[in-house]
Design a protein. Structure first.
Length: 301
């Protein structure tokens, strides 16, 4: 905006991208850099971060192996009297037993298992998404809402790199076609919609480029976790393991890798029903459709 500058990488605090400029922070210093290529610069930064994360993951794996060896050696020398928790990653019929007869403690242990098998970066992003304030998102400008989707939500939902790249390509068309007003209109209607109407909310969310039924349900679960859960192939496959399930016939007809809108609406209804059942049985308001889907997504892993 005014002059050139140098920032050592270690002193770089943050880069916030907009359509035609970026804001670069270093401690108390702030620079605004204008460019016609901000979209491509954003992609370049994403690729650099992905390469860095791959390198860090390899180091974590090496460190994990080393630490595991130490713990195994230590375990041969020590005994423990700690209560035994259910192993939700290996227990046979774990989901069926939990769904039909699980105690409040068992359900909360299953929810905690969701975080235990993820790496630190994934957990951090999950924790960030759990703290998203829907009222704040409703007030975002079109640019800011786009950035929230591009930099946060899509990264959280699409963990496979090829899938992330493909869905982001569709989302970028709002910027490339100078049509962020269309995205702003979807944003407005999404927050004004009746959340009791699952089909209507899902229909609006799927208007966002790059989001199919699974992606739309994920966005709704982040914004309105008390009303929606994320539905995908893992939820379907987990529910199929429930013995004597009243929705078994409907689940058997679904294609888990390609859920239809009707499939997604039914699955969200199932998550709502289970959350209501648990809250009533345990006399609490703790359980939400989002927390039920977290249990279903992680159990058996």
């Amino acid at each position: 905006e005014r002059y050139g500058f140098d920032i050592d990488l270690d002193n770089l605090s943050n880069i916030t991208m907009y359509n035609d400029y970026m804001e670069i922070f270093s401690g108390s210093k702030f620079y605004r850099v204008f460019s016609d290529d901000c979209v491509y610069i954003r992609d370049l930064i994403v690729l650099m971060n992905m390469a860095y994360e791959e390198q860090q993951e390899k180091r974590k794996q090496s460190s994990f192996i080393h630490q595991t060896k130490k713990e195994l050696l230590k375990s041969t020398e020590e005994t423990t009297t700690a209560p035994v928790k259910q192993n939700f990653s290996t227990s046979e019929n774990a989901i069926s037993n939990l769904w039909n007869n699980g105690s409040e403690t068992a359900w909360k242990e299953a929810l905690e298992h969701y975080y235990n098998f993820q790496d630190a970066d994934a957990v951090d992003l999950d924790r960030y998404m759990e703290k998203v304030n829907p009222d704040n998102v409703a007030q975002l400008s079109a640019d800011e809402f786009y950035n929230f989707l591009y930099d946060k939500y899509f990264v959280w939902k699409y963990t496979a790199k090829n899938r992330l790249a493909t869905t982001r390509k569709y989302l970028r068309r709002y910027v490339e076609e100078n049509n962020l007003s269309a995205l702003a209109d979807i944003q407005k209607r999404l927050f004004l919609s009746d959340r009791s109407n699952i089909g209507k909310c899902m229909s609006i969310a799927t208007e966002i480029r790059g989001l199919g039924p699974a992606g739309a349900s994920g966005l709704l679960s982040i914004l309105f976790p008390e009303s929606f859960g994320t539905v995908d192939q893992f939820v379907v496959k987990a529910l199929r393991e429930v013995e004597g399930f009243s929705y078994a016939n409907e689940l058997a007809k679904m294609n888990p890798e390609s859920l239809s809108m009707d499939n997604s609406v039914l699955l969200i209804r199932i998550l709502r029903e289970k959350a209501n059942e648990l809250n009533k049985r345990f006399d609490t308001d703790f359980w939400t459709p989002r927390k039920i889907d977290m249990v279903l997504w992680s159990i058996g892993r």
